[in-house]
Design a protein around this ligand. Structure first.
Ligand code: ATP
Ligand code: MG
Ligand code: MG
Ligand code: MG
Length: 564
């Protein structure tokens, strides 16, 4: 690309509404242009970065076995009514009517449409599993759009959805996607961390977020520097150390319950009637992953509530008061309106809604005869708070530290939340009809552009990781219009670099060196070569990396090899 043909528009000052460095620099370097609150033009320079990010994501998704498709941005409300999200989703969902007064939405995510596609086409276990993804415009009417395209209203997301014959296979694919995401963020050249997460409006059970570590991040992350443990503090909530868990009281009876994973199995061991006697919900810490067991009582627990409960506790260690309120319509510690007789109790590894049975937090054991007041302190709502640095790590290894992050990716085990509601079924090996298990996997494509800048900048501007720089190298000729030798050498180097597959831009704008250098430093091109008459006499050019403070003399003939 020649700079004279390209669209370069840099600004000395950032607009007043730009609060953080990435927003300021993206505006000043001419990557984006505001059209309306949270709605931006991606200018040619910015679009080059976005396309590179998309390509890395696309390559890694394809490598992981996912298949690309594209779903409409405008979607009929009927599908969203089937899952209840048309009403439940709140103001972030942009709804509108067409000329026939039919309701439509702008897709904020696409679970409904993909499930509708799959329920029509995939009917047999032989056609499963499938993982389908798109890289597509999303619209969320964010209450507070800010930070430029980091929290836009219109933005680009890679969203993938997987369909499985059983939970085992969903878990396998979830791990596969976890690996693909790690490859994506490594290739993007970003410092990131995967953290356990809340499932929010998407729903489902297991979930991880991928965060780019940055001080300006909107999320706080609790992590253990000495172990793998990391969780969004929205999720990682602690019971105040003022209410430590006492040793189990002698009144408790410990019962061996080998292999009990269902309520019926557990009830058999405990010699209780799964349908009548116990009115409780137990989350057990077996195998390090709390397992949710629902004991049916005289209360009604439909599938949606059950999966919400699962979302609250499994595989999570802590449930936030907000999540509990949402799932039970109840304050933590209160008696829930959906008929639970026990109280919601949380400690670091077991959550109990019963005064009868609890997980023993030991493989294959449960306690009966538990009494909340006697065997556990009853925590007040105020005791449940966000974890702070220095709190003991839930995995029992050392203490937690807190850092800030920008959520750039989020993966979920949706289970059957959407497939159940929309009747997305298949015929299993046994000839019986079953509901598909689902996973979903999002990456904030345009947010990554901002997040990368938050991690890579200096007082002169952006410093792009090579993989996503708008151009890898800029050739700056000294005296373009004045010196034919410079023009020729610069042009032939440009041609040579292009032929070698290096993404070069030739600055033929005939600007003064100071202006040229300031522009490219602001734009953040990682490599720069300066060609001038003096150096050319010795066959030399001056190379400078964006992070370096001094130039190095390199023979013009060796530049291509030097960059590669
Ligand atoms: P946030 O917590 O930042 O509001 P979210 O949890 O609502 O994000 P998800 O539903 O998990 O977002 O969507 C998947 C990804 O899409 C997010 O991890 C994020 O990278 C990106 N994303 C979400 N909202 C926006 C937005 N308003 N602007 C840009 N990217 C976004
Ligand atoms: Mg959001
Ligand atoms: Mg979030
Ligand atoms: Mg999220």
């Amino acid at each position: 690309m020649r700079a004279s043909q390209f669209y370069i528009s840099t600004l000395k000052e950032a607009p007043a509404d730009a609060e953080i460095v990435s927003h300021k620099l993206m505006m000043r370097a001419g990557f984006i242009k505001k059209l309306s609150a949270g709605i931006y033009n991606y200018m040619p320079m910015g679009l080059r970065v976005i396309r590179k990010i998309e390509n890395i994501i696309r390559e890694e998704m394809n490598r992981a076995g996912a298949v690309e498709l594209s779903m409409p941005i405008v979607q009929p409300a009927e599908l969203w009514q089937e899952t209840g999200r048309f009403d439940k989703m709140g103001d972030e969902l942009l709804r509108f009517k067409d000329r026939h007064q039919r309701d439509f939405v702008m897709q904020p995510t696409s679970e409904e449409v993909i499930t509708d596609i799959v329920r029509q086409d995939l009917r047999s276990y032989r056609q499963l599993p499938k993982n389908l993804y798109q890289i597509q415009t999303k619209f969320r009417d964010e209450r507070r759009p800010r930070f430029g395209i980091m929290r836009g209203r219109e933005f680009t997301m890679k969203d993938a959805y997987s369909f499985h014959k059983d939970f085992e296979d969903l878990k396998r694919e979830y791990q596969n996607m976890f690996g693909a995401y790690s490859s994506i963020f490594t290739r993007l050249g970003l410092e990131f961390r995967a953290v356990a997460a809340d499932t929010g409006a998407i729903g489902g059970t297991g979930s991880h977020e991928f965060h780019v570590i940055a001080e300006t991040g909107e999320d706080a992350i609790a992590y253990n520097p000495d172990s793998e443990y990391a969780a969004n503090v929205e999720l990682a909530e602690a019971v105040s150390p003022a209410t430590p868990r006492p040793a189990p009281s002698a009144a408790l009876t410990k019962i061996h319950t080998p292999g009990a994973k269902t309520i019926e199995q557990l009830a058999a061991f405990l010699k209780i009637d799964a349908n009548q006697t116990i009115k409780s919900v137990i989350v057990d810490g077996d195998e390090g992953v709390p397992v949710l067991l629902l004991l049916r009582g005289d209360h009604e627990l439909n599938e949606v509530k059950a999966s919400k409960l699962a979302g609250v506790f499994s595989p999570l260690r802590f449930a936030s008061p907000a999540t509990i309120r949402e799932a039970f319509g109840a304050e933590p510690g209160s008696i829930g309106p959906i008929g639970f007789q026990g109280k919601i109790y949380m400690d670091r590894s077991v959550a109990v809604m019963s005064d009868a049975v609890i997980g023993a937090n030991e493989n294959d054991y449960h306690y009966t005869g538990a009494n909340l007041g006697r065997d556990f302190p009853e925590p007040a709502v105020a005791d449940i708070r966000n974890v702070v640095a220095g709190d003991p790590s839930p995995d029992g290894k050392g203490t937690l530290a807190i850092c800030r992050g920008i959520e750039v990716g989020h993966i979920f085990q949706l289970r059957t939340r959407y497939s159940e509601a929309m009747g997305c079924k298949f015929i299993g090996e046994d000839g019986k009809e079953q509901v598909m298990e689902m996973g979903c996997y999002g990456v904030g494509v345009t947010r990554i552009m901002g997040a990368a800048i938050e991690q890579n900048f200096d007082e002169r501007g952006i410093i792009w990781p090579d993989a996503i720089a708008p151009f890898q190298i800029v050739i700056c000729p000294m005296g373009w219009s004045r010196s034919e030798a410079v023009r020729e050498a610069a042009t032939s180097l440009y041609t040579e670099l292009r032929a070698a597959g290096i993404d070069a831009i030739l600055d033929d704008r005939d600007e003064r060196p100071g202006v040229m250098f300031a522009d490219w430093e602001l734009i953040g091109v990682p490599h720069r070569v300066v060609i001038g008459d003096r150096g050319l006499k010795e066959g030399q050019a001056e190379y400078q990396g964006r992070r370096e403070t001094e130039a190095t003399k390199v023979p013009v003939a060796e530049i291509a090899a030097f960059i590669k």
